[in-house]
Write a protein that binds this ligand. Structure first.
Ligand code: TZP
Ligand code: MG
Length: 207
């Protein structure tokens, strides 16, 4: 898998925000240009996330970058190819002992986090929050486009910016050394998810 290419438009799935049947929504956003999906649903039941994972595995091509937030065990049991972890989760080293075949992403907010990601041999980095957002409750300090650039330069790994990104501010992330943008509300809460995805993909192509 070409990870940099696969991370161009990375959708963080928060199904509570979605106003359409999930299957219909996924079909629309894939047509619109989403290149990766992370099952997050931070406060959802694990059984529901498992069902979402089973459905997405059936719908998406085998080489699609499908990720699971936090739940290494769920990813391993469904053979989902990627797990996303952060400072509050088990380490990537421990996760690899459970599920060695997975790709691992790591959330970074500081240069120290980037060093941790490199030490743990993360496959990619999610860096942010780029902008203020209400989607994540335990939000760390907003680092802005300059902070994103600083972390991307230090990382030298495939990376996406995350946090409060919309079609109104995504252009501020151009030329910052990132490979893609990760969004939740800008697509999940949209009345026209196809359009939201295609507008963001157009911007992501110019990063
Ligand atoms: N991690 C940092 S900010 C964030 C996560 C999961 C929330 C992203 O959601 P939105 O709606 O795109 O700001
Ligand atoms: Mg986590």
């Amino acid at each position: 898998m070409n990870l940099k290419k696969a991370m161009k438009l990375y959708l963080i799935l928060e199904t509570d925000m979605i106003e359409f049947p999930l299957k219909e929504f996924i079909t629309s956003v894939i047509k619109g240009g989403v290149t990766a999906i992370q099952i997050r649903d931070k406060f959802g039941f694990l059984q529901d996330k498992m069902n979402t994972g089973i459905m997405l595995k059936k719908m998406l091509p085998e080489d699609f970058l499908l990720c699971v937030n936090d739940h290494v065990d769920m990813a391993a049991s469904l053979k989902i190819p990627c797990v996303h972890l952060g400072i509050k989760d088990i380490t990537i080293e421990k996760a690899r002992a459970i599920y060695p075949d997975s790709l691992y992403g790591y959330s970074c907010n500081t240069l120290e986090d980037v060093q941790t990601a490199l030490d743990m041999k993360a496959d990619y980095i999610g860096m942010g929050p780029a902008f203020p957002t209400g989607t994540k409750k335990d939000l760390r300090d907003v680092i802005g486009p300059e902070g994103i650039q600083e972390l991307a330069n230090a990382a030298g790994l495939p990376c996406v910016a995350i946090g409060g990104i919309s079609k109104l501010n995504a252009h501020e992330l151009m030329g910052r050394g990132i490979d893609g943008i990760a969004v939740s509300s800008a697509i999940c809460a949209s009345k026209d998810p196809y359009r939201a995805a295609s507008e963001l993909r157009e911007i992501a192509e110019k990063l």
